[in-house]
Design a binder for this molecule. Structure first.
Ligand SMILES: Cc1cc2nc3c(=O)[nH]c(=O)nc-3n(C[C@H](O)[C@H](O)[C@H](O)COP(=O)(O)O)c2cc1C
Length: 195
């Protein structure tokens, strides 16, 4: 084990907006390795609530058109912003792989919903790190349409399931210009309680 290698990947992980990605296909083995990392996320009671609907090739257009149409027809007018529907209609076409990430709500509802959402977030973070280690850029995008009941209907998932994100995956157009991150010092967020 090389903890420094993991530390480096964690710090190197960056959000890549779709416009900065290429459509270069992702080899199947690389994509599977990224998905396999999600499998190993923690979940309370081992519910494994993460689900991924993966769009590639022409299927991305179906997703993009549906998102744009939901934006225009189901999002209240006062929440709509100029140009956003067009973004939804075009952005999913800019990366070779776009996933809908969703949380499958446990039938008996024993585990708190927030914990199921947290587990899916852990799975997404695993994928982001596994992707970074392979030189892939990722973007976790959460346009408000994802949270509409009409989104669940369009996806054919249960009313208690939750769509939690669009996850873009692709090779950066300019890997040499991999962006650096910026964060506040962690000490600002810590209270040490030693005695
Ligand atoms: C749950 C979640 C939802 C996000 N949704 C969006 C989004 O809708 N649009 C966006 O531009 N970035 C979104 N982001 C990415 C953040 O903007 C990004 O992580 C932040 O700017 C820090 O940049 P970095 O990821 O490169 O470190 C989201 C991140 C998380 C964790």
């Amino acid at each position: 084990m090389d903890p420094k290698a993991l530390d480096e990947i964690i710090q190197k992980r960056r959000t890549f907006k779709p416009a900065t990605l290429t459509e270069t296909p992702i080899p199947e083995a690389e994509l599977k390795a990224v998905l396999e990392s999600a499998r190993w996320a923690p979940s309370h009671g081992l519910t494994e609530p993460w689900r991924f609907r993966i769009y590639r090739g022409p299927a991305r257009k179906k997703l993009a058109d549906a998102l744009a149409s939901l934006y225009e027809t189901a999002l209240p007018a006062d929440q709509q912003k100029p140009g956003k529907a067009d973004n939804l209609r075009t952005l999913p076409l800019k990366a070779p792989v776009v996933m809908l990430v969703w949380m499958a709500r446990q039938e008996i509802g024993k585990i708190a919903e927030v914990e199921e959402i947290e587990a899916v977030a852990c799975a997404v973070q695993n994928m982001q790190l596994a992707a970074t280690a392979r030189g892939l850029g990722t973007f976790w995008s959460t346009p408000p349409v994802l949270y509409l009941p009409q989104m669940n209907e369009w996806m054919g998932i249960g009313a208690k399931d939750r769509c939690l994100g669009l996850f873009y995956l692709g090779y950066p157009a300019d890997p040499a210009a991999w962006p650096s991150g910026r964060r506040r010092p962690i000490e600002e967020k810590i209270e040490w309680v030693d005695a």
